[in-house]
Design a protein around this ligand. Structure first.
Ligand SMILES: Nc1ncnc2c1ncn2[C@@H]1O[C@H](COP(=O)(O)OP(=O)(O)OP(=O)(O)O)[C@@H](O)[C@H]1O
Length: 848
């Protein structure tokens, strides 16, 4: 490397110290120094070195320019930033060092390549000034939103919902590392939070931005970052900033979103086994993303919900309409992302063709909507109009199978431009002329192996083997000698070469220019295309919800505000799907303002969690505007759904299981209102028995004690003592899950029944799980001992193996004697008494 180039490299590198610099050198992007040492092992490419002047060598590695995307994505997805530095002058036309500039900085939040099409990739920005402000943007689709709140929990919930690939923070906030743990963060200068460029670009939205000043500051920094990472590009597909006000959508905290497995399953983090996977029959990526948004943000306003339900209902009545729409939607490309590429100037001819083919479907979609009885979707027709002229232009202009490269011609269709047609006929006609000349020269020279060829360096030539050298005409001018042949040119050939090559070059350039014009043309339709995209996405989601409702026999829920929650024969949408048809046992639910807390007991594995989640999911689906899996459902609107279910995996964040649980309970008690729905699964089990029981008891009491704080609550517990509360509080009642005993075994009925469970059957469930026989025997003994004495048994020591435990070691106080003394013989059938005797004999035999 010459010193001037090194100087240039260092100058550019200094402007992006936190990014790996891809420095364009001919056909390669080279990395030098620390960048090279960092990137080579990640990219699995060879680390070499290069002369850096003054006898020094510098580490180096490089990637070919045409494969840059793969390498860039690899580095960014491992948490690095990449700055792409291009040659911005033609090296042929420059003396000395070629001018180079950074044309793009790619970070996790600004990556638009290689991203999942059915979910969003967000760049977020957070600011704090009395309140929390959040702004986020999906660069590939142009979705740009702001959100402002006083609760840090609400901010965290929103972050967990959008799961940003990168968060921008001011210097003060980035220090609060605990809040942002798990996220990729970049620090921004304070002044970028007050960018005038941003204010000007979105001046039409000044009132909205004034209403949410903190969120607007966050958005300002985000915009500033965007412009810095894409110098010279104005992302024209980002047309408006939306706001997410909390009164419009149901707020779901991160635990509830996770526990209910709305869009991501707890186990494998994927979509399988989620509510989304059950409801998603969308045909387009646009619809797939919108459905995910709807599930993540259930509605709160009754009229909005009814409007969605009306549309779904109308579609459930017309299977032909659904089929027609699904068939045509399956051909729709991702308009939002295509417009994203148009806006950054990366869309190629294939992209414009996909766009045109998609927009060309609009008349047929309008026709389907128009000729059907469904009236609500008809309202979408006007927003799907007005794009036909653009479609015509594009389809007339573009070659139906264009190459990926924009510089190699073959993009523009014959008949679109007279100039293109003329140049093309010269270029191809010229080639024919060469063939003709070849024949003529063969005749003239009588050299049959004479051929005319072409190389980039030497241009056209006539090639004659050495054996025919004596036949070469005098007018031929020698150009090059090969091992077995000589190459010549003639003035005639040279003249034509210039004409043909000139035409080809001009043709390529002209096609490129025409393509750029077309792309600008498309850009001028941005608003209309994005509107059409929004509406196609909605149609897709409605059709999907209706199709699912019909296939899975869902019904329309009645929405009320009277506080009643009544579900008959409700089912869990996901569990039902995983079981064979007809196996899932439906269950009823009845909660009101007066009877609002159900204590649910029953053995492990009986179906308590399934039941409670099913109620939460049905209520949530109703708020989304979906039909629900039940025979009948009346659902009074709730303001929030809270869940406290099972052990969380926040252990990594340094909290014990019990701390996490208590933290979640505290959160629920703080934010729940009388309009909330709460699911509590086994509160207090993460600590010592009596502590846990006391906490669970106190929580249950707290939830029923205050007459104006009576949130609807389902409370599953293994502490049977809690069922006694039914006698003291009117708002509380017992439910249990039915099981049938068969000898020593139990059969789960999965049926929710009134009243309390009489036993917990823990040992029987453990037997089902395959614990060793000896161990089960010992557990049974301990259980009897415990039940009799209500105290903790003495631990077994190694000299006292299970089989050596003697019944008569402590005759006066032995639990079995006490047990016998209290045996309710009057209440037992003779069969039960006999069974008891058999059990007793077994126990005595095993201990003697
Ligand atoms: N209504 C139902 N119909 C059919 N099968 C069901 C039903 N409810 C639950 N099941 C089955 O029983 C299994 C266990 O259910 P679930 O996890 O809800 O039990 P649980 O009572 O909450 O147990 P634990 O107390 O151990 O958490 C489920 O995975 C499902 O396969």
């Amino acid at each position: 490397m010459t010193t001037p180039m090194m100087k240039q490299y260092q100058g550019i590198k200094a402007t992006v110290p936190d990014a790996i610099l891809f420095y364009r050198l001919g056909d390669f992007y080279e990395m030098f120094g620390e960048d090279a040492e960092l990137a080579a092992p990640i990219l699995q490419i060879a680390l070499t070195s290069r002369d850096a002047g003054e006898g020094k060598r510098i580490p180096m590695c490089g990637v070919p320019y045409h494969a840059v995307e793969t390498y860039m994505v690899k580095l960014v997805s491992t948490g690095h930033k990449v700055a792409i530095c291009e040659q911005v002058e033609d090296p042929k036309a420059t003396k000395g060092i070629v001018k180079r500039e950074i044309i793009r900085i790619v970070s996790p939040g600004t990556l638009t390549e290689s991203i999942s099409e059915r979910s969003n990739r967000y760049l977020a920005s957070v600011f704090f000034n009395v309140q929390w402000g959040l702004s986020f943007l999906d660069l590939s689709t142009g979705e740009f939103a702001i959100f402002q709140t006083s609760e840090v929990e609400a901010l965290l919930a929103e972050l967990s919902r959008i799961n940003p690939a990168e968060i921008l923070l001011p210097p003060e906030l980035i220090k609060k590392a605990k809040i942002w743990s798990g996220y990729y963060c970049s620090v921004r200068d304070l002044k970028s939070y007050e960018s005038t460029v941003f204010k000007l670009r979105f001046s039409a939205q000044a009132p909205l931005l004034q209403e949410f000043p903190v969120a607007a500051s966050a958005a300002s920094a985000l915009w500033d970052y965007l412009l810095e990472t894409m110098p010279g590009v104005d992302p024209s597909h980002i047309v408006e900033i939306k706001t997410y006000r909390s009164e419009q959508w149901m707020f779901l905290d991160q635990w509830t979103r996770r526990n209910l497995e709305l869009t991501e399953s707890l186990r494998n983090q994927g979509k399988k086994g989620t509510l989304l996977s059950v409801l998603d029959l969308t045909q387009t990526a646009l619809g797939g993303r919108l459905l995910r948004h709807w599930i993540d943000k259930p509605l709160l306003v009754q009229a909005d919900i009814e409007q969605r339900l009306n549309t779904v209902e109308e579609l459930t009545h017309d299977s032909f309409l659904r089929q027609d729409l699904m068939k045509i939607l399956a051909k729709v490309y991702d308009l939002e992302r295509l417009m994203g590429r148009v806006s950054y100037g990366t869309a190629n001819a294939k992209d414009l063709l996909s766009l045109a083919q998609t927009l060309a479907l609009l008349p047929a979609i309008r026709e389907i909507l128009n000729s059907n009885t469904a009236t609500i979707l008809k309202r979408k027709i006007p927003v799907l109009e007005g794009l036909d002229p653009l479609v015509n232009t594009l389809l007339n202009a573009l070659n139906p199978s264009p190459p990926i490269s924009l510089r190699d011609g073959n993009i523009i269709r014959t008949g679109y431009s007279q100039e293109v047609d003329e140049l093309r006929s010269i270029a191809t006609g010229g080639k024919e002329w060469v063939a003709k000349l070849e024949n003529a020269e063969r005749e003239r020279t009588r050299i049959r192996s004479l051929k005319i060829g072409y190389t980039k360096v030497f241009g056209y030539y006539i090639e004659i083997t050495h054996s025919n050298a004596h036949l070469v005409p005098e007018a031929y001018i020698r150009k090059q000698t090969l091992s077995n042949a000589e190459r010549f040119i003639t003035p005639e050939l040279k003249e034509y070469e210039e004409k043909i090559l000139g035409a080809e070059e001009r043709l390529k350039e002209l096609e490129f220019q025409l393509f750029l014009e077309l792309r600008e043309d498309v850009r001028s339709y941005t608003q209309a295309i994005l509107k059409a995209a929004d509406n196609l996405a909605e149609i897709d989601v409605f059709v999907s919800l209706a199709e699912v409702a019909v296939r899975k026999r869902y019904i329309r829920p009645q929405i009320t505000i009277d506080g009643e929650l009544s579900i008959s024969e409700g089912r869990h949408p996901v569990v039902e799907d995983m079981l064979e048809a007809g196996v899932f046992v439906p269950n009823d639910t009845q909660l009101s303002r007066e009877r609002h807390l159900a204590i649910i007991t029953g053995p492990n594995m009986a179906g308590k969690s399934t039941y409670m989640r099913q109620v939460a999911l049905i209520v949530l689906m109703a708020h989304v505007g979906s039909f629900v899996p039940a025979k009948q459902a009346t659902i009074s609107l709730v303001d929030r759904i809270f869940t406290r279910v099972g052990a969380s995996d926040d252990l990594a964040a340094g909290q014990s299981t019990f701390m996490v649980e208590m933290h979640e309970v505290a959160h629920i008690l703080k934010y729940a209102t009388r309009k909330s729905l709460i699911i509590l699964d086994e509160i207090g089990r993460g600590t010592a028995t009596f502590d846990g029981l006391s906490i669970a008891w106190a929580v249950a009491e707290y939830l029923v004690q205050h007459p104006d704080f009576n949130p609807k609550t389902l409370f599953a517990t293994h502490y049977h003592e809690l069922t006694q509360l039914e006698d003291n509080f009117n708002g509380l009642f017992n439910l249990h899950v039915g099981v049938k005993e068969r000898g020593d075994d139990i059969v789960f009925l999965h049926k929710i029944l009134p009243g309390r469970a009489d036993r917990s059957y823990g040992i029987q469930v453990a037997r089902l799980a395959g614990l060793p026989h000896e161990l089960l025997k010992r557990a049974k003994t301990l259980l009897l001992e415990l039940e009799a004495s209500k105290s903790v048994p003495s631990p077994i020591d190694s000299s006292q193996a299970v089989t050596q435990f003697s019944l008569f070691d402590v005759p006066q106080t032995h639990p079995i004697l006490e047990e016998l003394a209290q045996l309710p013989l009057e209440d037992m059938t003779s069969r039960q008494a006999l069974q008891y005797l058999y059990d007793l004999r077994d126990r005595i035999q095993s201990t003697s």
